[in-house]
Design a protein around this ligand. Structure first.
Ligand code: CO
Length: 297
C-alpha cells in the first residue's frame, strides 16, 4: 500500500482491550481465547483466535484434537514450539514443527485430526502456538478443501532498518516482504518481535478490521499509547497505520491480524460456519451421513 504525501496518516485507535478467557479445547489442552465470546462473537472476517499454551507436557501427556469436521471457513495453525501431526479425510497428512504454518481451507468439508507428533509424545516438551479461524465469503464456502503448508524457512521475514523489530509475514505484507500464502480475501497475519524500545508503524488498509494480540511482554498502541499486556488483545478502530512500541526495558512478541470484513450473515455451530441456519443443518446431515469422509489409517 502507498501512502501519498497529500494524505495524512491516521493512526488506528484502540477501541477496547480484551483479556483472553482461559478454556480447554480439543481433547483438553489449555488455550487463551480473546474471541469468540458472547460479547464479541467475531472480528470479521476472523471467527476465532486461540493461543495454545505455552504448556509443558511430560512424555505421553500431550493432548490434541482427534477426528472432527470443519466446513465453511479456514483454520490457520502456527506453531512456536512443540510438534503436531495432522491427517484428514482428503488423504492429506503432514507434520508441523516450530515456525511452520498450515493454512487449511476447509471449504465444503473435511474431517481431520490435529495431534501431538509421535516424537513429542515420546519426549514431551513445551507446546505453544496459535489457531485462527478465517471466515470464507459465501461464494467460497463450498469450494474443494485446500492446503497450504509452509515450513518455517519458507515464511518471509524482515527486519526494520534500525534492527529493533522483526516480522514474520504469514499473510499480507510488511517491511517490504510479501507473504507466500494466498488468501481468499485480503488478510494480514503478521508476527512481530520487538526488542526493548523497538517501534514500528505498520500500514494496514483503511476499512480492514484489525487487532493486536500479545504473546509476551507489553506493547503500546494507538494515539493514546494504550498498553496491551501478555494474553490481551487490542481491537483497533479504523485508520491506515498501526503504531506499535515496546517498553524501554522489555521485548514484546505479538500477532497483528487484519482483514477486509465480509459483512455477511454468520450462522455458526461448533465446527461449521455458514450463512444460514439451513446451511448449518445441511452441514450436520452431510457430516453424519459420511459425506465429509473419514480418516483412513
Ligand atoms: Co480442526
Amino acid at each position: 500500500m502507498t501512502i501519498t504525501t497529500a494524505q495524512t496518516t491516521i493512526l488506528r485507535p484502540v477501541v477496547e482491550v480484551i483479556t483472553s478467557e482461559r478454556t480447554l479445547e480439543g481433547g483438553g489442552f489449555p488455550v487463551r481465547r480473546p474471541f469468540p465470546t458472547t460479547r464479541l462473537p467475531q472480528v470479521d472476517p476472523f471467527l476465532l483466535l486461540d493461543h495454545l499454551g505455552p504448556v509443558t507436557w511430560g512424555p505421553g501427556e500431550g493432548i490434541g484434537a482427534p477426528d472432527h469436521p470443519h466446513r465453511g471457513f479456514e483454520t490457520v495453525t502456527y506453531l512456536l514450539s512443540g510438534g503436531f501431526q495432522h491427517k484428514d479425510s482428503a488423504g492429506h497428512a503432514g507434520k508441523l514443527a516450530p515456525g511452520d504454518v498450515q493454512w487449511m481451507t476447509a471449504g465444503s468439508g473435511v474431517v481431520h485430526s490435529e495431534l501431538p507428533s509421535d516424537e513429542f509424545m515420546r519426549n514431551g516438551g513445551v507446546m505453544h502456538g496459535f489457531q485462527v479461524w478465517v471466515n470464507l465469503p459465501a461464494r467460497d464456502k463450498m469450494i474443494a478443501p485446500h492446503y497450504q503448508e509452509i515450513p518455517t524457512a519458507g515464511i518471509p521475514e524482515a527486519r526494520s532498518i534500525d534492527g529493533s523489530v522483526k516480522v514474520r509475514v504469514i499473510a499480507g505484507e510488511a517491511l517490504g516482504k510479501r507473504a507466500v500464502i494466498e488468501t481468499r480475501t485480503p488478510i494480514y497475519y503478521l508476527h512481530f518481535t520487538l526488542e526493548p524500545g523497538g517501534t514500528i508503524h505498520q500500514p494496514v488498509p483503511a476499512g480492514f478490521n484489525a487487532l493486536v494480540y500479545l504473546i509476551s511482554g507489553t506493547v503500546q498502541t494507538g494515539k493514546e499509547r494504550t498498553p496491551v499486556h501478555e494474553g490481551q488483545m487490542a481491537r483497533l478502530g479504523d485508520g491506515d497505520v498501526v503504531a506499535l512500541a515496546a517498553e524501554a526495558a522489555a521485548p514484546a512478541d505479538l500477532l497483528l491480524l487484519a482483514g477486509q470484513p465480509l459483512n455477511e450473515p454468520v450462522a455458526r455451530y461448533g465446527p461449521f460456519v455458514m450463512n444460514t441456519r439451513e446451511e448449518i443443518e445441511q452441514a450436520f446431515r452431510d457430516y453424519q451421513s459420511g459425506r465429509m469422509g473419514s480418516i483412513h489409517a
